[in-house]
Design a protein. Structure first.
Lengths: 305, 305
């Protein structure tokens, strides 16, 4: 079975929550690594509501320091603590957040029972934030009113798949599986060289997810997100509010679709909708006219990539 | 019609939210003054959910600085700002909160469009926090792990009620109504003294609500809350957890009822239930055995006093 790569939307509203949409947060599961992306107020409530694995989150990425993207952090950490967490938590965030969180904890007499490892993101640059044997996460710059990062989550290249029947046929020992997975040729029981391509098949291509919130229309971002399987791109407004979008450093549905097209992604997911819109149909209509493979975020939506 | 005096429960859980209970917050309406009492995370969401008058809140009282009582403040203020608020907001809170809120606003590049007037509460003392022609609000000390205040909300004595038929009968001018309301005797058209008691009837007695969260069992509190119409008293645990309650400076359901009995209040409301309890029936059973006129808080419950 293929390793998991799925995204749970925890909030799809910009700025303020509405009766049906909470503010920004997403939970991404790649191969059972749980990455929380942004953490607006009440994210811990959304996590419970959608039965997400609360304590499995070991990495939290904060795109920028507008309140709708991080005001849920103090409560989430407090609840993790109260629920007995002991394993470390990594937080990747712009400079300044650690200091305020320390002050909040001091003020509320909170001493977390688990270590928090803070990783400062750097304004305006691209940087690898996390890597293990299966996944890597990169930050890249977005253009917003304040320092803001997008994030790229990428599976590592999977090992080559072994055809076990062919191992027997070519008298190759199972001890050589690790070499075969890496793509190397091996010697068989008769001392003959057997080509890797005789014994293995190509693995599925690695998948990638890119998160772009908040940002004005900016084609430079395409270089960082080229060809990803799923692009989340904010679309705070519809195109008739393009002037307002530009002024507030946000994007319209059409602009999000334009970026998806230019970056050659496979699918685009719109979110971060302004609270002024009750019904979102026009976002789909506008974006899909430019880029048909388009989804709208809604709280609780699970997207398998 | 009698002026309003009603309490809306916005959260009834202690420490962490559960699937059915949010953390502490209550909205008290006395004569169209809206007082928010504590402001745990997601209070703004609860206000929307229960269709409360969001922007009518001019006074917020924070009992103490454990996160479940104030982590909703940054988001609430941000949304008030985004929704166009301009009128001043008063916040009554322990020392230190203003400084952290200022830092949060600076970090998130938030400049509120309305003035916030901060009023520091004083540890361990009783103090009048607010007064106008209809209501007064007092803080009084509770015994918790950190500095914590209870709050007493009291209607002012209502003016005497005029019997208009008797005004005519006794030839008293309507110009004298203000004097009569204050309880004074007046001269009639014939220059005769007419006793106030001939023309007016007693107003309804002023009502009072007391809020006690969080606190260990402490009989000294009875002096501040004697005879109130409704007492909210935390009951984080049931009596079989009395040792745990004492250790964490919380109360049990029985202890809350004991305080209600000793303070001679008319009705007691229990809340701040530990997340360990899914069903709350035992809280009612335990408390009502001591003090029958007992209610359990639940999110969205509206209590007319």
């Amino acid at each position: 079975m293929r390793q998991s790569f799925e995204l749970l939307i925890l909030g799809s509203s910009s700025a303020s929550p509405t009766s049906s949409r909470n503010v920004s947060a997403q939970l991404l599961n790649i191969a059972e690594r749980y990455f929380l992306i942004d953490c607006g107020e009440a994210t811990q409530i959304q996590l419970r509501r959608f039965k997400a694995k609360f304590q499995s989150i070991d990495h939290i990425f904060i795109s920028h320091l507008h309140g709708d993207h991080f005001f849920g952090l103090p409560g989430l950490l407090s609840s993790m603590h109260l629920l007995g967490r002991q394993q470390p938590l990594n937080i990747y965030a712009p400079p300044g957040l650690k200091e305020v969180m320390d002050k909040l904890n001091k003020l509320s007499d909170t001493r977390l029972n688990f270590p928090v490892q803070w990783h400062e993101t750097s304004p305006g640059t691209s940087k690898m934030l996390f890597e293990d044997e299966k996944v890597e996460v990169h930050a890249f710059p977005l253009q917003h009113r304040i320092h803001c990062n997008g994030f790229l989550f990428r599976e590592k290249k999977l090992p080559r798949k072994i055809d076990k029947f062919k191992l027997e046929k070519h008298k190759v020992s199972t001890a050589d599986i690790q070499l075969l997975r890496k793509g190397l040729d091996v010697l068989n029981a008769d001392g003959e060289l057997v080509k890797n391509s005789e014994l293995t098949i190509d693995p599925l291509p690695p998948r990638a997810y890119a998160y772009c919130s908040d940002t004005k229309y900016n084609e430079e971002v395409c270089g960082y997100i080229q060809g990803v399987d799923l692009l989340y791109h904010e679309s705070t407004f519809l195109e008739d509010q393009a002037a307002r979008a530009a002024k507030t450093f946000h994007s319209t549905a059409k602009q999000a679709a334009d970026i998806a097209l230019k970056a050659g992604v496979k699918q685009v997911l719109l979110g971060h909708f302004s609270a002024r819109y009750r019904v979102l149909d026009d976002f789909y209509t506008e974006a899909s006219a430019v880029f048909p493979n388009c989804l709208l975020a809604s709280d609780g939506k699970l997207i398998k990539i």
